[in-house]
Every structure is written in structure tokens, then in C-alpha cells.
Design a protein. Structure first.
Length: 508
């Protein structure tokens, strides 16, 4: 019996080691991925594609490299006069980016087929790289309507990096309600590292590394231009503690004309960028706080600098002004002397918008702490490090009762994306539309506070935390689990079990 008990405990521990580290937060609050399904390790490419594509709840473990490259094809396209592929530029496959005066027709462009055919992802998936999984030559594409997805600890790379339209590394096709993209690394793509399409998605992108070092750049400066774009009409996106370096543009690009989105960009580290970071349209409402910029040519584009719906927290006065709406001061951004100017934008309407959904916000670290923290914690190799798996303090409000925690309302499908506009070498390319703290703790009793035992908290609602005065009893099948001193949440019993036997428990 003792041997059986030890074997059972070992099996449980091994299974727990193949589970999600930490808990989804921000706009992805409540996302559980494949927590309710089986854990399966993909043995080959064919099995991987099958495991990812349906809507069955499942944790898919990718614990090795999958190299999809090796099958090539040719197609017509064009080159740029101003930034030629012969001079460190990119070729453009197809005709979506061709036809302007800066273009030179190319009759035959050789590309790897894998990059143009991403792996389809359905609902209710945890896709785990465990810090060692790697997809080479092919990205992931969340299908329209796919929801409740976690992608953690993976590396994405080498999808036709010399060819625009050669492949995106991670695409959200729309109506993707609840996606957590955490501790991944993105590099060497033909086009976008991450892109959302026209229907709305609810997403948190945290602790990722976006490595733009390349010898084939759309701006001919060894910095990848196509970093990330969000075009979903109704997108809700949290960008927290990501590491952007050696990228030249769209880092990130927020919205487009007529497409509304809500964005919280907090504690991201931007470094060594020969181009721009934030590009934004007047339809994109964004709170940009506690970020650090080092050697960034243009923290905000000229267009973003004219925006009436950005709040960039340029100084302590602007930081203090957040208190009445958010219940806390914002945190000013930091821009070093080798960077360009961050636009000083203080749109009061932004604070009103975020005041209504403040339960989905995280309280930033000081911008002075960001560079060291992000470099030590971002990316697959740092998954499970001491402070990389949880946000800073969550704002004291029941996230389950906010608009952001509710499913995104789908909108009608928009036409397929168009091509990036051709530009001169002196100016970075611009596309008219997208063609182109402490870790979460194990389960505990309700956190401190004067919570009442009356009533019942719904799944993934707040049940404790300093200053909390609501109910502490969770709905059947859920347990009040401490996330940090400020926030406890009703978590499914299966998720509680995984945390008790997960990587942090094993280290204690």
C-alpha cells in the first residue's frame, strides 16, 4: 500500500509539472485553458495538429522542437526599390503589397510552405512548451470563435523571415474570448509576431520576449518591423511585462480607423529599437503606464501623439489624476536620454473607460524596476522563476463583475486584410489595414479582509483580499484561492490541485 501511495503521489507530481504555471489575469482573467481535460504530449507533427484543432478540453505538451521547414514552393511578388532584399530588406509574396511606384516585380520567390499554413487551434486548450518546446517554420492560428486558450512557455521562430506574407507566428482570427499568451519567445517571422483580426478578442499577453534581430528587415536596419497589430473591433488587450528589443515598428499597433479597442500596456520594456513603439488610432482607448524605454527612436508615432484616447502618464501629476477613477495612482513611464520623446497624452475619457473595468487592471511596478525585472523573468527560459508568473498587485475589485470578464460580443466579419503600403527607406512602412511580485500562491483560506460568509461567489469571482468585504464562500466545485495579498479568487478544484503539486510546491 505504501508503494502504491508513493507511486500515486509521484504520478500526480509529474502530471502537475505539465500544467500551467500561474493564473491568467488582466483581460484574460478567468481563462483556464485545458484544465478540465487530459494532458497529452504530442509525439509528432501529425498528432500535434490533431490535438490542437478540436474544441475538446486538453493540455497539449510540446516538450521538443518541431521543425516544419523543408518543403518549398515559388510564387510571384515584388521587391522594394527603397529597401531591397539585396540590401537587407524583405521580398513581398503575392500582390497585396505590390503595385506602387516603389515596387519592382519579381516573377519567382521561393518560400517555405510551412510558414503560410499555421497550425489551427480550437477552444479549451492549454498549449505548454515547458520552456523547451519550439515551433520552427510554422505558427499557431486560433480559429474564429476559439476561446479559453492558454499558450505558455513556447518558442516560435523562422517562418520565412525574408518574405512578407511568408507567415505570422501567432494569429487570432477573431471572436477569441479569453486567451492568455505568457512566457513565450517570438523571432524571425516573415510578417507579424502576433496579430488579431477584425472580430474582437479578449487577451492578456504577458512576460513574452519579442526578439527582432534579423538580417532581412522591411526597414533595412536589422530590426524586424512587423511586431504586433490589434484590429479586432472590440479587442480588449492587456500587455504586461513583455520584452521588446531590436524591433522597428508596430510595437504595438493599436486599432485602425473605425475599429474600437481597449488596451492596458503596463511594465513593458522597450530596448534598442530603430523605429517606433506605440502606434495608435483614435478609436483605440489605451492606458500606457509604468513602461521603460531605453534607446528607442520613437516611443510613440506622430499619429499616436495626436490621439485623443491615449493616457501615457507622462508625469506624477498625470499619475495622481488616475486616483479618482481607478482607486489608485497610475505609474509614470520612464524614457532614457537616448530615446525619442514619449507623447504626453492625458485623455480624461481613458480614465473613465478604465474606471468602469478596473478589476481587470494590474497595479504596476515602478518604471525604474521594469528593465531588470523583465530581463530576468520574460521568455520561456524564465517560466517559473520567482516573480514571473503573477502580475503585480491586482486592483481591489471583483474582476468577475467587470465588463472585461464578460464574453466579448461578436461583430460581423470584415473583409480579409489588405497589404502594407510601400514606403521609402527613410520612413518605416505603414499598413492601411492588417493584411500585413510574488508568484501566485497555493490554495489557502480566504485572504485577509472583512469578507462576509453570506452569499456565494461565482466561478472565478473574488472571494478575499485586503479590504475586501464581500462573500468568501465559493460556488460548488470551486475553492477560494489566494493569488496575492490583494486578491483571492474562486478556482476550480482541479486547478487548486495542480497548484498544490505544481512547480512551486515541488520547490518548497
Amino acid at each position: 500500500m505504501r508503494v502504491q501511495a508513493v507511486a500515486a503521489l509521484l504520478a500526480a507530481s509529474q502530471a502537475a509539472a505539465q500544467s500551467v504555471v500561474g493564473t491568467a489575469y488582466g483581460f484574460a482573467n478567468g481563462v483556464t485553458g485545458g484544465a478540465d481535460g487530459e494532458v497529452v504530449t504530442a509525439s509528432d507533427a501529425e498528432e500535434l495538429a490533431k490535438l490542437l484543432s478540436d474544441d475538446t478540453a486538453r493540455t497539449v505538451v510540446i516538450d521538443k522542437e518541431f521543425d516544419f521547414t523543408g518543403t518549398t514552393a515559388t510564387g510571384a511578388g515584388c521587391d522594394r526599390k527603397s529597401c531591397s532584399a539585396n540590401n537587407g530588406g524583405q521580398l513581398y509574396l503575392g500582390d497585396l503589397s505590390c503595385g506602387g511606384s516603389d515596387n519592382v516585380a519579381v516573377s519567382s520567390i521561393t518560400y517555405d510552405v510551412a510558414g503560410t499554413k499555421p497550425l489551427a487551434v480550437g477552444s479549451n486548450k492549454s498549449i505548454l512548451g515547458l520552456g523547451k518546446g519550439k515551433l520552427i517554420g510554422k505558427g499557431l492560428e486560433l480559429q474564429s470563435g476559439a476561446s479559453n486558450v492558454i499558450i505558455q512557455g513556447l518558442e516560435f521562430t523562422n517562418a520565412n523571415p525574408g518574405i512578407v506574407w511568408g507567415g505570422d507566428l501567432l494569429a487570432l482570427k477573431g471572436k477569441n474570448d479569453g486567451v492568455w499568451i505568457d512566457h513565450n519567445k517570438f523571432s524571425l517571422a516573415g510578417r507579424m509576431f502576433i496579430v488579431s483580426h477584425y472580430d474582437p478578442s479578449r487577451v492578456t499577453i504577458s512576460n513574452n520576449e519579442f526578439d527582432g534581430k534579423t538580417t532581412t528587415s522591411a526597414s533595412c536596419n536589422n530590426n524586424h518591423y512587423w511586431t504586433m497589430m490589434f484590429y479586432g473591433d472590440g479587442d480588449q488587450v492587456t500587455l504586461d511585462k513583455n520584452y521588446y528589443h531590436d524591433v522597428a515598428g508596430r510595437a504595438p499597433k493599436l486599432g485602425e480607423d473605425g475599429s474600437k479597442g481597449t488596451f492596458h500596456a503596463v511594465n513593458n520594456y522597450f530596448s534598442n529599437m530603430n523605429g517606433h513603439a506605440f502606434d495608435a488610432y483614435d478609436s483605440a482607448t489605451a492606458l500606457i503606464e509604468g513602461n521603460a524605454f531605453e534607446s528607442v527612436n520613437q516611443p510613440t508615432t506622430d499619429k499616436a501623439a495626436q490621439s485623443k484616447v491615449l493616457y501615457t502618464v507622462p508625469d506624477e501629476s498625470a499619475a495622481s489624476a488616475c486616483t479618482s477613477s481607478l482607486g489608485r495612482a497610475c505609474v509614470a513611464n520612464s524614457v532614457d536620454s537616448s530615446s525619442g520623446k514619449l507623447a504626453a497624452l492625458k485623455a480624461d475619457s481613458v480614465l473613465t473607460t478604465f474606471g468602469a473595468i478596473k478589476g481587470s487592471l494590474v497595479k504596476p511596478l515602478s518604471a525604474a524596476e521594469v528593465a531588470a525585472h523583465v530581463k530576468a523573468n520574460a521568455g520561456p527560459a524564465n517560466l517559473g522563476s520567482s516573480s514571473s508568473t503573477a502580475p503585480s498587485k491586482v486592483v481591489e475589485e471583483d474582476a468577475a463583475e467587470t465588463d472585461a470578464a464578460a464574453p466579448v460580443t461578436p461583430v460581423s466579419s470584415a473583409p480579409e486584410e489588405e497589404a502594407p503600403a510601400a514606403t521609402s527607406e527613410a520612413a518605416a512602412p505603414v499598413a492601411s489595414s492588417p493584411a500585413a511580485v510574488e508568484p501566485a500562491q497555493p490554495a489557502t483560506p480566504p485572504a485577509t479582509g472583512s469578507g462576509s460568509s453570506s452569499g456565494s461567489v461565482p466561478a472565478y469571482g473574488q472571494c478575499g483580499g485586503q479590504g475586501y468585504t464581500g462573500a468568501t464562500a465559493c460556488a460548488s466545485g470551486y475553492t477560494c484561492t489566494k493569488q496575492n495579498d490583494w486578491y483571492s479568487q474562486c478556482i476550480a478544484a482541479s486547478a487548486k490541485f495542480r497548484r498544490n503539486f505544481g512547480p512551486f510546491a515541488m520547490r518548497r
